[in-house]
Design a protein around this ligand. Structure first.
Ligand code: GMT
Length: 374
């Protein structure tokens, strides 16, 4: 197949899933064309089947806001026609689904019918999408897509709850490349971070309020009182300065490291004992899946689709959003030396169920079914 993929090119979950999907499809012999405003962060290797088309938005003094969506639609029209694409797969509804709708209508006037598939990733539905500023456009463009997928059953149900959706939404979960995400021998790194064999807790996110990083720090502060431990924080975002201040107030700076944005997050996960994800909302929790693939059990909230991944009492524990006390209690259970190996093994076994080789054929089958319907 000749597939167009539209996504955010950043480290965020939707961009990562879209890029890893495109890479995996290219390795299976499909021709994949990425259409976005800069080179996707993980589009980091050469493959004869991979193409990248940059969307350029001209500026003009009249534009307070440059019209990215129009430039994107125009680029889609051009690439679909010139590269003779079979399907356009857009990731994150805003503004990709409406831009694709526009492109589809234009292409019709050129005698081209391009099937459009929209994948809903989370905040495009649960936070941003239901804002009245966007809701009518999101509802319309989801209903006008030829196919719609969501990354968890929870997100599917929330989409039906918040929007008047007539389309069937297919659930295709996030997936993981177990070749990249596996526990590596990084003993020197562990020795440097926890020289006295302290337990290592890790959190990775974009430090937005939805991630509740404050809970991460408060959980750690309490765990640390009972078990010698260290906290590694990977990622960056608007809440980071406030979190650094909180660490000072709690006098735990010596045991907390802010590592910033990292490419090779699997290296940090390889030395971790516990992953913390206390999110307010989380459609799937790709970061937790990456941790589990590196044999790291998870303490999480029970928000959104997380319980579809983190099995309570097996791969870690889930607690109500904001219940820091419960998360501390459960973290201490996992970190006991007699419990840790079982949780680690269970986390890996669960991650294997989301192996890219299992999930990729679900996308291929879905693409074909939507193409065949046209
Ligand atoms: O987690 C984020 O804030 C980034 C966000 C995104 O859209 O890039 O991630 C969302 O999509 C991921 C991939 O499908 C999911 O694994 C994340 O759970 C989801 N985030 C939220 O729902 C908050």
């Amino acid at each position: 197949m000749r597939i167009g993929i539209v996504c955010y090119p950043t480290f965020g979950g939707s961009g990562v899933v879209a890029t890893e999907l495109g890479k995996a499809l290219a390795l299976k012999g499909h021709q994949v064309h990425f259409i976005t405003y800069s080179q996707p962060a993980r589009l980091d290797f050469f493959n004869q089947n991979l193409f990248y088309h940059e969307v350029f938005v001209p500026t003009y003094p009249l534009f307070q806001y440059a019209p990215y969506e129009l430039a994107l639609s125009s680029k889609m029209v051009d690439i679909v026609k010139f590269e003779k694409l079979d399907v356009l797969h857009v990731h994150y509804a805003i503004p990709h689904a409406s831009a694709a709708y526009m492109a589809k209508q234009i292409l019709k006037t050129h005698g081209v019918n391009i099937p459009v598939i929209t994948t809903l990733h989370g905040t495009d539905i649960t936070l941003v999408g239901k804002d009245p500023s966007f809701e009518p456009v999101v509802t319309f463009s989801i209903n006008q897509s030829d196919g719609v997928t969501a990354v968890s059953s929870s997100l599917r149900e929330e989409t039906y709850e918040y929007f008047q959706i007539e389309k069937d939404i297919k659930v295709i979960p996030n997936f993981i490349n177990l070749e990249k995400f596996k526990r590596q021998k990084k003993e020197h790194f562990r020795m440097a971070i926890s020289p006295n064999n302290e337990k290592l807790l890790v959190h990775t996110s974009n430090f937005r309020s939805v991630k509740r990083v404050e809970d991460v720090i408060r959980i750690f502060a309490q765990v640390r009182r009972q078990i010698p431990s260290k906290l590694l924080l990977v990622g960056d975002g608007p809440d980071r300065p406030r979190m650094e201040k909180l660490c000072r107030e709690l006098d735990i700076c010596n045991d907390v490291r802010f590592l910033g944005k990292m490419e090779a997050v699997e290296e940090v996960l390889s030395i971790a004992d516990l992953f913390l994800m206390p999110s307010e909302k989380e459609s799937f929790g790709l970061a937790a899946l990456e941790a589990m693939a590196c044999e790291v059990p998870v303490i999480s909230s029970n928000a959104g689709g997380i319980p579809e991944l983190n099995i309570d009492g097996v791969t870690g524990y889930t607690s109500a959003v904001g219940d820091v006390e419960d998360m501390v209690k459960k973290a201490l259970i996992i970190l006991k030396d007699e419990n840790l190996p079982t949780f680690k093994a269970n986390a890996l076994a669960r991650a294997k169920e989301f192996d890219v080789d299992t999930i990729l054929p679900q996308y291929e089958k879905y693409y074909q079914s939507i193409i065949d319907e046209q």
